[in-house]
Design a protein around this ligand. Structure first.
Ligand code: HEM
Length: 539
């Protein structure tokens, strides 16, 4: 249900206030290009500007942004919402590149921080300056190559096989929510590796977080959120209390782990899988404790990392499988790619999908499975887990396209729309074509995986400005490698072991996202699963 309906009672007040504010406010410096005001996007109204449009459900808003992008191409448009600083909607990758290169000029600013403060406090997503640097450093240490290897070789195979067992137990019987399955994998991974805690997707904390994320996202659409939350905000406040309490538990448990830390026993035997995982478990929270000290800030930082790592990746996998259900030939190609990889191994491939636990998933990397990686990238393009970004100018500036932005102007870009731009992605931008992320080159030997006619196939890199799904510049996503490592194991393992069928009524294309800071699928992804009778039958 759209915010227009939900907040219908407040709409009239909003309009009245908007008119009043417009009437009494003195115009500041204007946003211009070539000395003229920018064009307004479709459906801009007198006085209220885009304010009413922004009260619609986020799913409808995404379509509106897509329409703006179609009508404006790379042209920057004006955005205006009563009570907010003047803004622009940028579409041109050149402008985005400029934003990424000038991180200090385009910050989250008060506009974003005020709205996400209750949920993230001083966590990395909200932090600037030293707070940001320290948290980023702790994250870089956590996501180092050695830890990622423990993730791909030990932790992920373990959690993946637990999920495969769950899918086996449901096969041919019940409908399964794949979103929940993926969320469970990413929650367990982040819980164990980052915090040394056992966590699950349906913990009270996780449910509260999902709710609070939705309300926080609505704050970006509703300029009167402070007033409306006086009447509707009690569940939000309860959820935030549960979340903060959980953050506090993470920190308390980390402090206890630290105090109880025993010197590693002197042993000559090589470390086994369990000991490797135990050794790195909780390494993020320990680095954060060391770097930040103050326990409230550490708790904020921990909760922010949790959200950044598990929700985005779990949701990206969900949309990937939604697209795979619509494109079965892609499933056949993934299976063929796995078959090809396994056939090069000394051990023959498992002939029964119940052997998923024994699938050598740690061999599955973006380099060894380029087509699978391209499938993941194509899903990220069409369904970016963070579909909007907002920044605020900290000084007067001029964008590369000549748009003059006074200090405090708000910049918005919609990845959902930009990643469907015909100018950037070609005539089939709105459609599914994972091959757009692949390149084939001549030549025997070396790395790369067999393409057509013995040619080698690689994943094609795209610039952050064209494909901003992981952000760019100094604040680019720290977890990109982690997300890709997870995806490139989970996708082929599930596809190898199971046949999937849509488990919802209505059209195949009917799934949508609920309002949130990220892109959760509303109602999850219900599927019927069957164990594949003979893995490799269609290769
Ligand atoms: C498909 C999965 C993912 C996507 C699409 C994604 C996307 C993004 C985006 C767009 C940002 C910029 C957000 C902003 O500041 O407004 C970001 C930042 C960040 N991401 Fe990811 N992310 C993913 C997975 C991960 C994972 C697995 C981690 C691991 C913990 C992670 C950690 C972070 C961190 C720490 C930041 C903040 C960086 C900073 O401000 O310096 N992300 N991510």
């Amino acid at each position: 249900m759209g915010l227009v309906v939900e907040y219908g009672n407040y709409l009239l007040i909003a309009v009245a206030l908007a008119i009043l504010i417009r009437a009494v406010s003195r115009p500041g410096k204007a946003i211009t290009r070539n000395g003229k005001p920018l064009r307004n996007p479709p459906n801009t109204l007198p006085l209220v500007g885009n304010g009413i449009k922004f009260l619609q459900s986020r799913w409808d808003l995404l379509s509106w942004f897509e329409q703006c992008q179609r009508e404006f191409g790379y042209e920057t448009a004006a955005l205006s919402v009563p009570t907010l600083p003047p803004g622009v909607l940028i579409h041109d990758p050149k402008n985005l590149e400029f934003v990424f290169k000038n991180e200090g000029l385009f910050t989250k600013g008060d506009f974003v921080k005020r709205r996400s403060w209750d949920l993230f406090g001083n966590g990395i997503i909200n932090a600037d300056g030293d707070f940001w640097k320290l948290q980023r450093k702790a994250g870089v240490a956590f996501l180092n190559t050695a830890n990622l290897r423990v993730l791909t070789d030990v932790a992920l195979p373990q959690y993946l096989s637990e999920s495969a067992e769950y899918l086996n137990s449901k096969a041919g019987k019940d409908i399964v929510d794949l979103q929940h399955v993926f969320h469970e994998i990413t929650t367990k991974l982040m819980g164990k590796m980052a915090y040394n805690m056992e966590m699950h997707a349906n913990d009270e904390f996780s449910l509260s977080f999902d709710y609070a994320s939705g309300i926080t996202a609505e704050r970006f659409q509703n300029p009167l959120w402070r007033i409306t939350e006086l009447f509707t905000g009690s569940k939000f406040r309860r959820s935030v209390a549960i979340i903060k309490n959980f953050g506090h538990r993470i920190v308390t448990s980390a402090v206890k782990d630290r105090n109880e830390q025993k010197p590693s026993p002197e042993t000559t035997s090589p470390p086994n899988d369990d000991s490797k995982l135990d050794e790195i478990s909780g390494s993020l929270i320990q680095s954060l404790l060391e770097a930040l000290g103050d326990e409230t800030t550490v708790a904020d930082a921990a909760l922010t990392y949790l959200s950044a790592g598990r929700d985005t990746t779990g949701q990206a996998l969900t949309w990937t499988f939604y697209l795979l259900l619509q494109h079965p030939t892609a499933i056949t190609k993934i299976r063929a790619e796995v078959q090809h990889l396994l056939s090069q191994q000394p051990q023959p491939p498992p002939t029964s999908p119940t052997a998923i636990p024994s699938l050598p998933t740690s061999l599955f990397t973006p380099l060894s499975l380029p087509y699978t990686t391209a499938v993941f990238h194509e899903a990220l393009r069409l369904f970016p887990p963070i579909p909007f970004e907002i920044r605020q100018c900290q000084a007067d500036t001029v964008l590369p396209d000549g748009t003059v932005l006074p200090r405090h102007s708000v910049l918005v870009w919609c990845l959902w729309a930009m990643q469907r731009s015909v100018g950037t992605w070609g005539g089939d931008a709105g459609g599914w074509r994972p091959e757009r992320f692949l390149v084939e080159v001549e030549g025997e030997g070396g790395e790369g995986v067999g393409g057509e006619g013995g040619r080698k196939r690689f994943v094609l890199g795209k610039s952050a400005a064209e494909f901003p799904v992981f952000y760019g510049g100094a604040r680019a996503c720290l977890g990109r490698k982690m997300a890709e490592a997870i995806a490139v194991q989970v996708i082929p393992a599930v596809v190898w072991g199971f046949d999937l069928e849509k488990g919802w009524d209505g059209p195949m294309e009917g799934r949508r996202s609920q309002t949130s800071l990220t892109l959760p699928m509303e109602g999850g992804l219900p599927v019927r699963v069957r164990v594949r009778e003979r893995a490799g039958r269609d290769e």
